[in-house]
Design a protein around this ligand. Structure first.
Ligand code: AMP
Ligand code: ZN
Length: 481
């Protein structure tokens, strides 16, 4: 494989090879489900999705695990504020998150464990660490002894100050031997959700949750662990310490982190209140694929400043792809005059220029997921297809099929879902033929009434320039009306 990725651990672009031939194990830190996710969170999930799509495009079998953090300070506080049991409070946010993933066409992870359903494994890992003297019990909580793990700080590059014994006055964690030690297991507080453990009632620490859930489903050593840059320290640093101290094996081979999504130059975050949820933007009339396009448009290792103007531009770009795809599809369907699903076809014609664009997109993705170059190649392909229509009255069917195939390849790689619908029902093709005939015979009243009928059925007719047939598309997008 010629993929190169920037490993946060080495701070270098490294050649990527999976541990197990043709298989990739991928763990991505999932949401803390105390509210709707904002589009900053989705920058991380879209970046991870693009990474996964690259592997699947190259026929790797990706085992992808994404957790739900459904017990931590924020979820507990949220549930208490609403007077609900924890699960009743988190459930709607889990559902909403899964819907949002679908809206953004983000592939679902094979496993989506919830922290609250994995408590047994967490207790077991803490017991192992206590046995190895890497952890200690104090005042009903168990802490990881950072001093016991020599490579601590390697991921984040932080060197920890010593001599701070008991110096940190933290009302939650006053039992720590060292300020840098962190809680693996937290003693239950009055009225909070808790589980039985060898150390009394309590709940897991957030970092522990991810170590346990990733290793349970993917084994002690994972190929890739990814998240936003804010997770490098302390979350991922602590995950390394507790996992490696327990197993004695390398925990993660490639650490990938995306930079933040900013708004007005500041990190988008719940605590600052400067965020849009996906739902906010969809309600404002923005197409989800335009949002996806914005989120992936800038290299994952660069910050991305979100603006509504940028989103509008991305909408225009997606609209151009969408229109071109439907134009090709309707003409092919009209020519064939029958409802055939192109999904079942494997004999797509190739077109040298379009194939080259796809090959260039893949090469760009192999260079540390260089999406900017990949997008430029995509629009080069679009320009090529549009130039056929500009030059020729009747574009050969084999070229139109090659164009459809091009969109399908692009969708596999970038997930814009342009080619999601790839057949047109017979009655729609018939109606479209009649519209074209009526227009030819200048019977515009008939053409209009047919058009209205199609509209009611959820189809949208686009008139063509002189000499070109009208085309049709299903109403799927924000701009289809
Ligand atoms: P959380 O629900 O806070 O645990 O975050 C879920 C994911 O979103 C993590 O991978 C975070 O690193 C990521 N994240 C949070 N805020 C941003 C942001 N403004 N830009 C990019 N990623 C973010
Ligand atoms: Zn995590």
């Amino acid at each position: 494989m010629s993929l190169r990725l920037t490993n946060t651990f080495s701070r270098k672009k490294e050649s990527f090879t999976p541990l197990k031939k043709d298989h990739i194990s991928l763990y991505t830190c999932g949401p803390t489900v105390y509210d709707f996710a904002h589009i900053g969170n989705f920058r991380a999930y879209v970046f991870e999705d693009v990474l996964r799509r690259y592997f699947e495009f190259k026929h790797y079998r990706v085992k992808h695990v994404m957790n739900f953090t459904d017990v931590d300070d924020k979820t507990i506080a949220g549930a208490a504020a609403q007077g609900k049991p924890l699960r009743e409070f988190t459930e709607p946010y889990i559902k909403a998150f899964l819907q949002d993933l679908e809206t953004l066409n983000i592939l679902k992870a094979a496993q989506q464990p919830r922290a609250t359903e994995e408590i047994g494994g967490m207790i077991h890992l803490v017991e192992t660490l206590v046995q190895k003297d890497a952890a200690y019990l104090s005042e009903g909580s168990v802490y990881f002894r950072v001093d016991s793990f020599a490579p601590y700080g390697r991921l984040s590059g932080k060197s920890l100050e010593k001599g701070e014994k008991r110096s940190r006055i933290d009302h939650d964690e006053y039992g720590k031997e060292e300020a840098n030690d962190f809680a693996l297991w937290k003693k239950a507080k009055e009225g909070e959700p808790s589980w039985d453990s060898p150390w009394g009632k309590g709940r897991p620490g957030w970092h522990l949750e991810c170590s346990v859930m990733s290793m349970k489903y993917l084994g002690s050593t994972l190929d890739i662990h990814a998240g936003g840059e804010d997770l490098i320290f302390p979350h991922h640093e602590n995950e390394i310490a507790q996992s490696e101290a327990a197993t004695g094996k390398k925990f993660v081979r490639y650490w990938l982190h995306c930079k933040h999504l900013l708004i007005n130059g500041e990190k988008m975050s719940k605590s600052k209140g400067n965020y849009y949820t996906l739902r906010d933007l969809v309600r404002l009339g923005h197409d989800p694929m335009a949002i996806r396009c914005v989120l992936l448009s800038v290299h994952y290792r660069q910050q991305l400043n979100f603006t509504l103007e940028g989103l509008k531009e991305a909408g225009e770009a997606i609209k151009k792809l969408d229109e071109c795809y439907w134009k090709c599809l309707s003409i092919v369907m009209l020519t064939q005059k029958k409802e055939t699903s192109l999904a079942s076809r494997s004999d797509f014609d190739q077109h040298a220029k379009l194939s080259k664009c796809v090959a260039d997109m893949v090469t760009a993705m192999e260079d540390d997921l260089n999406v900017s170059v990949a997008l430029a190649k995509l629009f080069e392909g679009l320009g090529e297809i549009n130039s056929w229509f500009a030059k020729e009255r009747a574009v050969p069917e084999k070229d139109l099929c090659a164009a459809i195939y091009f969109f399908k390849q692009v969708d596999l790689l970038l997930g814009f879902d342009i080619s999601k619908s790839d057949s047109v029902p017979n009655e729609i093709i018939d109606a479209l033929s009649q519209i074209i005939d009526s227009r030819r015979q200048k019977d515009f009243a008939k053409a209009d009434s047919l058009r209205q009928k199609m509209n009611m059925m959820g189809w949208f007719v686009k008139d063509a320039r002189p000499g070109e047939p009208s085309t049709v598309k299903k109403k799927l997008r924000a701009w289809d009306q």
